[in-house]
Design a protein around this ligand. Structure first.
Ligand code: NAD
Length: 508
């Protein structure tokens, strides 16, 4: 479990003491990045950044105080005015350069993702590769934040709709896909002329935050446009969401924290863009191609050890193919190599990020077994390595099914007809993503249409992200959508200006 260390050195607020240029796992990351300076933040508590595979402490980072967050917002607010008025191509070019730098530093970035986040190669491929392609796409958002011109009901009037950057975007991100989930907010915000205060998750302060600060710094972003404050959710995060200058809070994390963050943002009339938890169903109808459903189910459950908001949380399988599906999935699960992904590209299932996450998911497994679930494979943990686990005889109210387990765990739930499958799939407070398999695409679409989620995938699994497709959830999975024009909408404000070109006849 992450440890906060108290150091009793004298408080010296803002001395910039770190030469922040190196991009490498063993670089000096022990600082916050505020107003273009790497500030050591002496006197603040320190957060250990740990390799979850080995328990080794990679480095420490400061836990920014509320005052530090205030300084970051002051810098962001001041820098934003000039940034908004910077020519489009300059804004686009900075974001594009970050995408290029990510390519240039591929080895270093992969090493950081593996060591800090426990990311296997298949996870690095998608997180690093997805960040590169997203960066190139997001650079163009600078050009795409346009408005429109419209006729009027009033004779002689011209209507103009403009899009303006909102101002300062706060970003709070989680540890599970830290680089991508921070970058998917930071890059569009900067391209569209906003400035940013980013608070990464405690477990992944480098890949979720400080790394991006170094890349944007190297790309030539003006001081103050991106500020990164590592720190605790309850203090630095709380202050960011509550800050009156936080015009949009782009929060990705749990529904529990999202509820608090949302209230804090709305309290000062900021806009809450909330990407929260999921309990995603993978529905297998009786006419499905079982090979395809099992392969999809394996990837969708075990990619990044199941620590993904859009991973499969429940497999909902027709009773006529239930046993075969579960056995085949258990065979595939048992084959997956579990271990330390650093320097071993064959590892598929790396470590769980920390002890509390592991304990929570093992508790769900235990409670499910106590309630009558049967473990077909797995069920044990060795340190932070949790065996890929398949549990049958599960009902939707059992702990591993009704909670977001966030682990390499497959609860398999039977159903008897399409109506029941839809009912089970929807019987959750979440509505993020899902998938359905059938040999009949029309029938699959009928089922998919009735499942209340923001993202649905036919004859696939739910772990899908594309830079131009809307990403987000219904119900308690959040508010708003990322990517493409959807995020441009959230990070810009619409202004209607009308121009009366002829005398207007008023009634009095
Ligand atoms: P978390 O909610 O514990 O933490 C997420 C971030 O919020 C961290 O940076 C944390 O420091 C901060 N935070 C915590 N409490 C806060 C508070 N009171 N005020 C402000 N900030 C606070 O979540 P986690 O464990 O890091 O991530 C896992 C969760 O994130 C899962 O529920 C997962 O489904 C969700 N998630 C959602 C998406 C999505 O796009 N919908 C993507 C990834 C993860």
């Amino acid at each position: 479990m992450r440890e906060i260390r108290r150091v009793n050195t004298k408080m010296s607020d803002a001395a910039p003491t770190v030469e922040g240029s190196e991009i490498a796992l063993d670089a000096d990351w022990n600082a916050a990045y505020i107003d273009g300076e790497w500030r050591r933040l002496e006197g603040r508590e320190r957060i250990d950044v740990t390799n979850p595979s080995t328990g080794e402490v990679i480095t420490q980072v400061p836990a920014a105080s509320r005052d530090d967050v205030d300084e970051a917002f002051a810098a962001a607010k001041e820098a934003q005015v000039e940034w908004e008025n910077t020519p489009l191509e300059e804004r686009a070019s900075v974001v594009r350069t970050v995408a290029k730098l990510l390519e240039e530093y591929e080895d270093e970035v992969r090493e950081i993702l593996a060591a800090e986040g426990g990311s296997a190669k298949s996870k690095q491929d998608i997180e690093w590769g997805g960040s590169v392609s997203f960066g190139y796409d997001a650079a163009q958002y600078a050009y795409r934040a346009d408005g429109r011109h419209a006729q009027s009901q009033i004779p002689g009037k011209e209507n103009i709709v403009e899009r303006k950057p909102v101002g300062v975007v706060g970003v709070i991100s989680p540890w599970n896909v830290p680089l991508k989930l921070s970058f998917r907010a930071v890059a569009p915000a900067i391209a569209t002329g906003n400035s940013v205060v980013l608070k990464p998750a405690e477990d992944t302060s480098i890949s979720g935050g400080l790394l991006l600060a170094r890349l944007f710094e190297e790309a030539g972003l003006p001081d103050g446009v991106l500020n990164v404050v590592p720190g605790e959710g309850a203090t630095a995060g709380d202050q960011a969401a509550s800050h009156p200058d936080c015009d949009v809070m782009a929060f990705t994390g749990s529904t529990r924290a999202g509820r608090i963050v949302g209230k804090n943002v709305v309290d000062h009339f900021g806009f809450p863009a909330l990407e929260l938890g999921g309990n995603n169903p993978h529905v297998v109808l009786e006419d499905a191609d079982l090979d395809a459903a099992v392969e999809a189910g394996t990837f969708g459950s075990f990619w990044n050890q199941g620590q993904v908001c859009i991973s499969i949380n429940r497999h909902i399988v027709h009773e006529s193919v239930y046993d075969e599906y579960a056995e085949r999935l258990a065979e595939r699960a048992a084959e997956l190599k579990v271990g330390n992904p650093v320097d071993d590209d064959d590892v598929v299932v790396g470590p769980i990020i920390n002890e509390s996450q592991r304990d929570q998911m093992m508790e769900y497994v235990e409670e499910t077994v106590e309630a009558g679930g049967e473990v077909l494979t797995g069920g044990e943990a060795d340190g932070l390595f949790v065996e890929p686990t398949v549990i049958t005889n599960v009902t939707n109210d059992m702990a591993a099914a009704c909670n977001e387990h966030f682990g390499p765990i497959v609860p398999v739930i039977p159903f008897s007809d399409d109506e029941e499958a839809v009912e089970i799939a929807n019987d959750t407070e979440y509505g993020l993503a899902g998938s359905v398999h059938s040999g009949d695409l029309g029938r699959a679409r009928d089922v998919s249409d009735q499942i209340d989620v923001g993202m649905m995938h036919v004859n696939d699994q739910p772990v899908n992200v594309e830079p131009h497709m809307p990403f987000g959830g219904m119900k308690e999975s959040g508010i708003g959508r990322y990517n493409g024009e959807y995020i441009i909408d959230e990070f810009t404000e619409v202004k209607w200006t009308s121009v009366q070109r002829e005398d207007r006849g008023y009634p009095f």
